[in-house]
Design a protein around this ligand. Structure first.
Ligand SMILES: *[C@@H]1O[C@H](CO)[C@@H](O)[C@H](O)[C@H]1NC(C)=O
Length: 421
């Protein structure tokens, strides 16, 4: 599933309206206004999305204003921390927690009390700059995934060896300050990769590009990332190997060997994941995904976790049997993670769709709770207003747990009930 905003739109047409604070003001295909109201500056988050952010204290995406200093005291190694009930009263990086914000009430604390590792959300500087969003993350989340800022095209758009660290650094800094673990996302993916990678046509060059990129990014954040989506969406919907620069140039699956081995070398303590969508029901895609992970592991490729994105639809028949698919994923003998959960419906849902969404959130969360291999759940955003769904699926939305005004929706209780099931 595409995991970014507004890619489907067409060539930009500039108009003169001033965009509100936090409104979109640019990006590939954006046809709306490109100037911001007073006090806000249009900040390019990635080629697909620019947003009006407070002009105070902003940094551009092409300038590294903050030098990353690796903490030698703060880091526990989450991959060796047992998911025990004691986790409810601790945070993974207690020595760096300087935020206000109560601990002990949010979804993350509830799930830790039941032995799971985290409830998390995607985030990036654009959404973090909204204080309501940031406060919800402080209290409800134990884990963050960069929605866009660590994608290859965001980090190294122009050429090998030139990097834009600004947005990713900001997200990592927020996670460290607030004691959240991170999932890194993503390296080998057919979308949001720069043209200089797409245009590579020989195996030696592409091998070197993958190795160099992974070494640079994982090296920068070594010890700070719990798990990495080393490869993303490598299957077509029908279960065949997806056409991409990687599969074309290599002609087989060994681009995964290159990527996972490079990732292990770069940060031996990070969990290395294969992530995909539409693994939510029995299908040739699920079967082939599971078989691939087993095959990779059998030949020594270090795969530690599988990610099921779980972009779902309210009322979908696969949701009541969600545990069956998690069980299939667990046969890989890796950690299973729900990585991009949202459950979309009509943008203006009926009362029955709203109550079905409560049931659906409860069922998905409950399936994870009842599957010992399932470690944690990442929801793909906080507020419906920032969700990728409305711009990607016409007429749909209402997929997340907080509404457009950051009020908890009914499905929040469904999530809680799932944790307690
Ligand atoms: C699977 O889907 C891809 C992409 O649509 C297509 O190119 C390929 O031919 C399909 N394979 C089979 C066996 O149907």
């Amino acid at each position: 599933m595409k995991t970014y905003v507004a890619l489907a739109l067409v060539a930009p047409v500039l108009v003169s309206a001033q965009q509100p604070m936090w409104g979109q003001c640019g990006g590939l295909g954006w046809t709306g206004g490109t100037s911001c109201v007073a006090g806000a500056a249009c900040s390019t988050l990635n080629p697909y999305y620019a947003q009006c952010l407070s002009a105070v204290g902003q940094q551009t995406s092409t300038t590294t204003l903050r030098t990353t200093t690796r903490s030698t005291t703060a880091q526990t190694t989450p991959s060796t921390t047992p998911a025990t009930t004691t986790a409810a009263t601790t945070t993974p990086r207690t020595t760096t927690t300087t935020s206000s914000g109560p601990v002990g009430t949010g979804l993350d604390n509830l799930i830790k009390a039941k032995g799971k590792k985290y409830v998390g959300f995607c985030a990036d500087p654009g959404t973090l700059s909204n204080s309501q969003n940031a406060n919800i993350l402080r209290t409800e989340s134990g884990q963050l995934t960069p929605e866009n800022s660590m994608k290859w095209e965001s980090i190294s758009p122009n050429s090998q060896g030139s990097y834009n660290w600004g947005n990713a650094d900001q997200l990592v800094a927020f996670a460290e300050t607030n004691g959240k673990i991170l999932r890194g996302h993503t390296f080998v993916w057919h979308q949001q990769i720069p043209n200089w990678v797409k245009n590579i046509n020989n195996k030696a060059t592409l091998t070197s590009a993958i190795q160099t990129h992974i070494a640079a990014v994982m090296g920068r954040y070594k010890g700070k990332i719990y798990a990495w989506d080393v490869a993303n969406e490598v299957f077509e919907d029908n279960g065949s190997r997806r056409d991409s620069v990687f599969s074309r140039v290599f002609g087989d699956w060994t681009f995964l060997d290159v990527a996972f081995n490079a990732a292990r070398a770069a940060d031996p303590n990070a969990k290395l994941c294969l992530n995909d969508y539409n693994l939510d029901y029995s299908s040739s895609k699920l079967t082939n995904f599971v078989d691939l992970v087993k095959t990779l592991k059998a030949r020594g490729v270090p795969v530690d976790c599988v990610g099921s994105q779980s972009h779902l639809v309210v009322g979908n028949g696969a949701i009541p049997s969600f545990k069956t698919t998690l069980d299939s994923l667990a046969t890989t003998n890796t950690e299973v993670q729900i990585t991009e959960l949202d459950i979309r419906t009509s943008a203006s849902p009926s009362s029955s769709q709203i109550s079905q969404q409560v049931t659906d959130y409860r069922n998905v969360v409950s399936a994870c709770m009842k599957t010992s291999a399932c470690a944690g759940i990442t929801v793909w955003g906080v507020s419906d207003k920032d969700s990728w769904v409305p711009s990607t699926f016409s007429g749909q939305g209402y997929a997340l747990i907080w509404d457009n005004n950051f009020n908890k929706k009914a499905c929040y209780q469904g999530f809680v009930d799932g944790i307690n099931s």
